[in-house]
Design a protein around this ligand. Sequence first.
Ligand code: CAA
Length: 259
Amino acid sequence: MDYQFIKVELSDGIAIVTIDRQEALNALNSEVLSSLHKVFYELAKESNLKAVILTGAGKSFVAGADIKEMTDYNPVQARAFSLRGQSIFNQIEDFPKPVIAAVNGFALGGGCELAMSCDFRIASDKAKLGQPEVNLGVTPGFGGTQRLARLVGRSIAKYLLFTGEIIKADRALQIGLVDEVIEAEKLMERCMEIAKIIAKKGSISVSYCKRAINKGIEIDLNTALGYEAELFAETFATFDQKEGMKAFAEKREAQFKGE
Ligand code: CAA
């Protein structure tokens, strides 16, 4: 599968999605955003897909929304651009299978926002993250004010947004913006290792865990617990539940089918 500025490699149920617009450090212009939307739309139809790894080509993950494209926007165009980016990042956040961000380099502005819309972030020790929009006289527009505050807490989020400070991977790990830091050369290997572990599990239960957390975290606990109970109940209608529990009793590894 090839898209403008994006490469997709799919094998053994794991898709590696690489944003490749290196001349602009993979900045998100309208074409890259459209391709991202199409990629995840198409991947959602892959019945054997188990996990996605999202990364950037070259020295950058994504250096933000495309500043040159935005320069002459009026407020109407800016709102449309923001809403478009937000809806694509929501599509990634709600993608039925886990999406791992392999943060290989700069993840700034829209790049940090993109990484935050993934389920977790594994960063290279060369990664640099931040929301430097205040340097441009704008706010984040692809979810940064909301997802950053939810991820690292409101005061650290405010510090990063107000100062525009770009932080290194070790600081990002300390504040919970990334989940793991790994030598640059081993980044993809480590992401693949995690994806392969997930790929062996019951894929319906993995998807339901994702849905339960994403939905539950936004609502009150009692309603969220009710939602969890519904998903738990639904897993008992699957082959994988029967197989998983039978395999436990028979002391063997479960052979899940995603059914
Ligand atoms: N938009 C458009 N082009 C970009 C870009 C961006 N976000 N980031 C980098 N580029 C381009 C540069 O203009 C440059 O192009 P030319 O060679 O044609 O001049 C090329 O990529 C290489 O960049 P640099 O020469 O600047 O590379 P560097 O290594 O010296 O610096 C950097 C790297 C610190 C990441 C620097 O490029 C930078 O500060 N980029 C902008 C980061 C930023 O502000 N991101 C937020 C964007 S706003 C946003 O994202 C809002 C939102 O939430 C929707």
